[in-house]
Design a protein around this ligand. Structure first.
Ligand code: ARG
Length: 458
């Protein structure tokens, strides 16, 4: 097969050169975008008077037929083609003959590949935003289903204070909402058309790039052709947003792995998302969640890959840039699948209410409420903190399990601020309801937040 650039060469490339430089194995994902970009380019060439009406029609209709064959899975990627751009041009040649040779007028693979990557990134970011919404909906649904369940909240992975399970779920909704905001923000800078930049200097053909942008649905056109072919910031931004999302999904996975363990037994994960052991017959392991957690570092790695790829590159285009693709494709696909899996796992989660009750039978979870109680009775907070600390130490050393088993007289030895109503504090329901702040786990606040989230996601 003749190379696109064969004219000046007297020798064929070495086999290793061919193999090492080829990207068709992975950039074939760009084919639908490459064809859509080519259709817009043909129309732009016609508008500039470079193609005749009949030439435009034949090229557009052949390219449209290629789109159809791509969708049907019958598109032939010729294995000898170096990359997706070459493969599309080759397939076009099979349909329209020498006319295909006019397609590349006024463009270079340097602006073409950026166009393809921007179109891919736009689609990917929109699909990812949809995936994030899906997971948020699952979180809202499970929060709603168990809206009266209280669980121990943890800090340092030690029991801290009682919180509503729904409040815990909504924490992840907030994190995911920021993820969407970051993706939306990245979209603004993805949404720029690089065409008209050609190799790096622009082209002597009077192409109306604003028209091309309108055809392809881009908000803006690049202002500088050198920047347009060299810039991969949009990929770095997308990978950075995805890294944060992957980190969030990894934390959610970690929580669910932990909470579903025999030791916690607070939640159960549907068997459909578990796998077994080849030797231990009894095992039901949360492998999907482990792999979501285990994929996050690969997503971070792809961000570092592209940053490192860029840092020493002289302007403008260099072939190194070909290696942004695997990083981006892998991360988009991995996070998209992780989101879909997490959404299914969360939607089918069961919470063990009885177990939650057992876990809450620990008065230390109420220690902060008791300190705040004493403070409201007039005791300075630092002193109240000390008093309650000493009280729980005493209970521990004397092996008296319950604060409720102490008399008011005994309690008064710790602080004169204790009164009979202190015993009403020994109730986790009261603990969550006494919270006053807007962001708190107070059931009234959480219910309101749930309603707000449901409305926002509908
Ligand atoms: N496969 C190349 C890439 O991904 C396409 C651009 C090639 N351009 C070139 N001047 N060799 O970057």
């Amino acid at each position: 097969m003749k190379k696109l650039w064969g004219g000046i060469f007297q020798k064929d490339p070495d086999v290793l050169t061919q193999e090492f430089t080829a990207s068709l194995g992975f950039d074939r994902r760009l084919a639908p975008y490459d064809i859509a970009g080519s259709i817009a380019h043909v129309k732009t060439l016609y508008k500039a008077g470079i193609l005749k009406r009949d030439e435009r029609n034949r090229l557009v209709s052949a390219l449209e037929r290629l789109t159809v064959s791509l969708r049907r899975g019958t598109f032939q990627f010729h294995p000898e083609c170096e990359d997706v751009h070459t493969a599309v041009e080759y397939a076009l040649g099979k349909k329209v003959g020498t006319l295909a040779q006019k397609l590349h007028t006024g463009r270079s693979r340097n602006d073409q590949v950026v166009l393809d990557m921007r179109l891919y990134s736009k689609d990917a970011a929109c699909a990812l935003i949809g995936g994030v919404c899906g997971l948020q909906r699952s979180l809202i649904a499970v929060a709603q289903r168990y809206n009266d369940v209280i669980i121990p909240g943890y800090t340092h992975l030690r029991k801290a204070q009682p919180v509503l399970f729904a409040h815990y779920c909504l924490a992840y909704c907030e994190m995911l909402e920021r993820d969407k905001a970051r993706l939306n923000d990245a979209l603004k800078r993805i949404d720029v058309l690089p065409m008209g930049s050609a190799a790096l200097a622009g082209t002597s053909f009077a192409l109306d790039s604003a028209y091309t942008a309108r055809l392809l649905g881009f908000a803006r056109v690049s202002a500088n052709s050198i920047d347009a072919v060299s810039d991969r910031d949009f990929i770095i931004e997308l990978l950075s947003a995805l890294s944060i999302t992957a980190m969030h999904l990894s934390r959610l996975s970690e929580d669910l792995i932990l909470y579903s363990s025999e030791e916690f037994s607070l939640v159960s994960i549907d068997e459909r998302f578990c796998t077994g052991s080849s030797i231990m017959p009894h095992k039901i392991n949360p492998d999907t969640l482990e792999l979501v957690r285990g994929s996050a570092p690969e997503v971070f790695g792809s961000l570092i890959t592209v940053l490192a790829l860029m840092k020493g590159l002289p302007l403008s285009y260099n072939r190194d840039l070909q290696n942004d693709k695997k990083a981006l494709f892998y991360s988009c696909e991995c996070v998209q699948t992780s989101l879909a899996l997490c959404a299914k796992i969360v939607a089918t989660l069961t919470v063990n209410k009885k177990r939650a009750g057992e876990m809450l039978a620990d008065e230390r979870l109420l220690a902060t409420d008791i300190a705040e109680y004493l403070t409201k009775k007039g005791c300075p907070f630092r002193e109240a903190h000390r008093v309650v600390g000493a009280l729980f130490r005493e209970l521990r050393t004397k092996r008296r399990t319950s604060l409720g088993s102490l008399s008011l007289k005994e309690l008064r030895k710790f602080s004169r601020y204790f009164e009979r109503d202190v015993f009403t504090l020994l109730d986790v329901k009261r603990s969550v309801s006494c919270k006053e702040t807007a962001s708190s786990t107070n059931p009234v606040r959480v219910k309101r937040a749930l309603t707000r989230w449901k409305k926002a996601l509908s």
